[in-house]
Design a protein around this ligand. Structure first.
Ligand code: SF4
Length: 324
């Protein structure tokens, strides 16, 4: 349980919500979603999208309704069609396969993922092996590892760091998936440094601003709430990490994809409910959870701001002219 949350609510028996800001869409997700919307306007349906454009069920369903067709691989897309690549990025082989099919490709890869790809490419060209801290089956990690497949070792946590073997310990750099938790990544990196003292750090912070801000918010909520609800889908890596962060502070935390997922038992005895949302969760989902909590007596909603985000990414060049 969080520290003294019932005291913070002031009035005995008063039930309230603390809403973290920022919550929900980051600049990379906004750009990716807008890319599909504008591609549909410009080229007409269907527009094909490789994998989920962002890891959120409601967003995917809404875009499907508007005419987007989600596919697992490029070979499912008819020759000559429009294909949008998701925010998580792809290995170069995917672009080559799309070019071979004559597809009109619009790349919605988040610029912060592209930055990690550039780092991987540069270090591989310098003869380094890359220790990529991340989840092996996540789309982003598959894409980043594909930039330098012969030189990348995926390190999935502390245990993997302890047993990793490399050919040349003198030329190593570690990089990271953008949505990891800062604390866990630092633990893994510290283990890698212990084993390989010459290990180079990434040239810049790979864990993105949006993940860091939302994690800071989850920590703050955990310290001031009896339970934390994280709005997001189960396959959203950054949303699941927010649950981890809150639980690591000792506060119960649950992922909620929609209001119907809120279980009565979670709120039992809770005076203050913390609410945050992963970077792929739309504002409508956050609003629906807040409305459900209000219907259950949590009508006092206060926002706790941990950061202000002014980031904004321009659309892919094929669509840039279509933005007013
Ligand atoms: Fe980009 Fe970070 Fe958003 Fe991922 S979470 S899309 S890396 S800004």
């Amino acid at each position: 349980m969080g520290n003294g949350s019932a005291r913070q609510s002031g009035v005995p028996g008063c039930r309230s919500v603390l809403l973290a800001a920022p919550s929900g869409f980051c600049a990379g997700v906004s750009r990716a979603v807008e890319t599909v919307e504008r591609a549909l306007t410009r080229y007409g349906a269907p527009v094909y999208v490789r994998r989920q454009i962002v890891h959120n069920r409601q967003v995917v369903e809404r875009l499907q309704h508007a005419g987007a067709v989600f596919v697992a691989e490029v070979d499912e897309v008819p020759a000559g069609a429009v294909l949008v690549l998701s925010a998580h990025g792809v290995a170069p082989g995917v672009r080559e396969a799309a070019a071979d099919r004559g597809l009109r490709v619009i790349d919605a890869t988040c610029p912060l993922v592209t930055k990690v790809h550039r780092e991987a490419r540069r270090y591989a060209e310098l003869g380094y092996d890359i220790l990529l801290i991340g989840t092996p089956d996540h789309d982003e990690v598959i894409g980043t590892a594909g930039v330098a497949p012969g030189r990348t070792h995926i390190v999935d946590g502390l245990e993997a760091a302890r047993v990793l073997e490399v050919a040349d310990p003198g030329r190593l750099v570690w990089l990271a998936q953008t949505t990891l938790t800062v604390d866990e990544t630092e633990r893994v990196a510290a283990e890698l440094r212990k084993r390989f003292p010459g290990l180079q750090d990434p040239p810049s912070d790979d864990i993105c601003y949006a993940a860091q801000n939302r994690q800071a918010g989850a920590k703050l909520l955990a310290g001031a709430s009896d339970v934390v609800l994280v709005v997001g889908s189960a396959n959203s890596h950054n949303s699941c990490r927010l649950v981890d962060v809150a639980r690591a502070c000792g506060t119960p935390a649950h992922l909620v994809d929609d209001p119907a997922a809120i279980e009565d038992g979670w709120l039992h005895g809770a005076a203050v409910v913390g609410v945050t949302a992963g970077a792929s969760a739309p504002a409508e989902s956050i609003g629906a959870v807040i409305a459900e909590l209000a219907a259950r007596g949590y009508r006092d909603v206060r926002t706790v701001e941990v950061a202000r985000e002014g980031q904004h990414f321009s659309l892919p060049r094929e669509l840039a002219a279509s933005r007013p």
